[in-house]
Write a protein that binds this ligand. Structure first.
Ligand SMILES: [Zn+2]
Length: 154
């Protein structure tokens, strides 16, 4: 009699993969119909400080007409990284994961907050994040191989 097969031991995902999966979930909460971005911050003990997503200022309720023009809405959208940094103080966060590469302004802000490692899923070509990361010796890495637990709503 042969013993029953042992259940497969699932591989343990890395901290950056864990962070990106959480950032992905946060992105699903964005109210922006055109671009949904999520972000998460981990402290120096790999504890989650907070999650955030892009959107409008708290308590502002946009009318359906607000979303009619993709370009007009841009100047009002608060980026996920900005919302994320509102949750912590400088020097308390080691790692940030964002579903999209930080824009130039957000990359500057993440550096000002002392973030040491930044992971992103989707590239953002017009961002100067790579040059900023090089200058300030911040680790900036594209990460796409994380477990997709849920899919985008249809
Ligand atoms: Zn930004």
């Amino acid at each position: 009699m042969t013993p029953p097969d042992e259940p497969p031991v699932p591989a343990r995902i890395s901290i950056p993969q864990y962070a990106m999966a959480l950032a992905h979930v946060a992105s699903l909460r964005s109210e922006d119909p055109f671009r949904k971005v999520g972000a998460v911050a981990f402290d120096f003990s790999n504890r989650v400080i907070g999650t955030a997503y892009n959107g409008l200022a708290p308590k502002f309720n946009a009318s359906p007409e607000f979303w009619a023009n993709r370009d007009d809405r841009r100047k009002y959208m608060i980026h996920a990284e900005v919302n994320l940094c509102s949750l912590f103080t400088r020097g308390n966060v080691r790692l940030v994961a964002c579903t999209t590469k930080p824009c130039t302004s957000c990359m500057q802000m993440l550096c000002a907050y002392g973030v040491e490692e930044i992971y992103f899923r989707e590239d953002y070509e017009s961002s100067e994040a790579d040059a900023i990361a090089d200058l300030y010796s911040v680790k900036l890495v594209q990460l796409t191989d994380y477990p997709l637990i849920i899919t985008e709503p249809t």
